[in-house]
Design a binder for this molecule. Structure first.
Ligand SMILES: [Mn+2]
Length: 375
């Protein structure tokens, strides 16, 4: 390097005055300096451009995510209380309607503060339990609202003239609620089951049907048996349709929930439960008002042969009236026990209208309209 420099210096000094040599050298140095500075500036600019680009993309992503999410309710509702005190005394209808005046006609609610992540129909099979219904509404309207759920409450009331049939009323509730609005999740709920903890969120699991009434006070908060699917359960529309709904043939007390358990198994699904310390329920006391179904075990055994032809696709009933009261939608129905038990595996010809346009709203007609769906 030294030698190269020396030869260069000799070349410059060859016959030139000292001043010229100095001038040439200073030009060379200036050119070198300017080039170096230029290169450094270009590099720096490039780097900063790059990082600016990354920053910009980040900002765009964050902004889009925030915009899409800003209306959605948080994953964990912020105002939950945890363990609750169950108020078993029933308020009057007037008190209830004043207390929950944020509920829309038909027992419909959606949170104001955000866009709910869930649209749920609560289906209650019912007969002659007005006191329980008032306790229920007083308990669940505030609970579901704290959970930031968009919901509607349907009470399926069986007219006299037939034995009680919980499962069939649930099928009717599913069908009628689906005609009124479009729900992703259906919660089948006994009127006397009071959730003891609002961390037990009233939603469905997309992957499997959910059993909610896991631990009951009357059973010392122990799960009755692993196949138990009674009291309160949650299924998506798809899950419920896949298993053809509940059986219609369980009149009187018992069996229909076990039948549903095996329908779920037949369709290669399992059931999900949240931990029993949270899925706790108090059962409101009542006199036994139902006859035990003595055939229930032999019927459950036949579920494999029966589930495809006994359920939503063989549902027959008559709607006597639909009333959108302030805190719930009341659907009075009539069923014909003799006819239902006659329907055999070979004569199923009815289908259920489920895919109603969510924009078509039910138009109430005066008096008992009795529109016969299936005859
Ligand atoms: Mn009961």
């Amino acid at each position: 390097m030294k030698a190269v420099m020396r030869r260069f210096w000799d070349m410059l000094s060859d016959g030139r005055p000292r001043v010229i040599r100095r001038l040439i050298m200073s030009w060379i140095w200036t050119i070198l300096f300017v080039t170096c500075v230029g290169v450094v500036l270009i590099l720096m600019n490039n780097l900063s451009e790059k990082s600016k680009l990354t920053r910009d993309t980040d900002t765009v992503d964050t902004v889009t995510a925030v915009e899409a999410d800003s209306r959605l309710c948080p994953l964990v509702p912020p105002n939950l209380k945890g363990r609750l005190k169950i108020e078993k005394a029933a308020s009057t209808w007037r008190e209830l309607e004043t207390r929950y005046d944020n509920v829309k006609e038909g027992g419909v609610y959606s949170p104001n503060e955000c866009q709910s992540r869930h649209k749920v129909a609560i289906i209650i099979p019912y007969r002659d339990r007005e006191h329980h219904l008032r306790v229920f509404l007083n308990h669940y309207h505030p609970l579901l609202q704290r959970q930031q759920i968009q919901y509607a409450i349907y009470v399926i009331d069986l007219a006299p003239g037939s034995m009680f049939n919980r499962a069939m009323l649930l099928n009717i509730g599913f069908t009628e609620a689906s005609r009124i609005d479009d729900y992703g999740c259906y919660i089948f709920h006994d009127v006397d089951f009071m959730a003891e903890d609002d961390r037990n969120i009233y939603t469905c699991s997309d992957t499997e049907p959910r059993h909610m009434g896991v631990s009951l006070d009357i059973h010392k908060y122990k799960l009755l048996y692993p196949q138990y699917f009674g009291g309160t359960s949650a299924m998506t529309k798809e899950q419920f349709m896949l298993v053809n709904g509940f059986s219609n043939k369980f009149f009187g007390w018992g069996g229909e929930d076990d039948d549903m358990y095996y329908r779920i198994k037949q369709n290669k699904m399992s059931i999900s439960r949240i931990e029993s310390s949270i899925a706790r329920y108090t059962m409101l006391s009542h006199k036994p008002d139902m006859e035990m179904n003595k055939d229930r075990w032999s019927m459950v055994k036949e579920v494999k042969k029966r589930w495809r032809v006994d359920g939503l696709n063989s549902l027959q009933y008559k709607v006597l009236s639909i009333n959108k009261y302030k805190l719930y939608t009341h659907i009075k129905v009539q069923i014909n026990q003799k006819e239902i038990m006659k329907v055999s595996a070979t004569c199923i010809a009815v289908h259920v209208i489920l895919n109603t346009d969510s924009t078509t709203k039910y138009k109430p007609t005066s008096g008992p309209n009795g529109h016969i769906l299936f005859t």
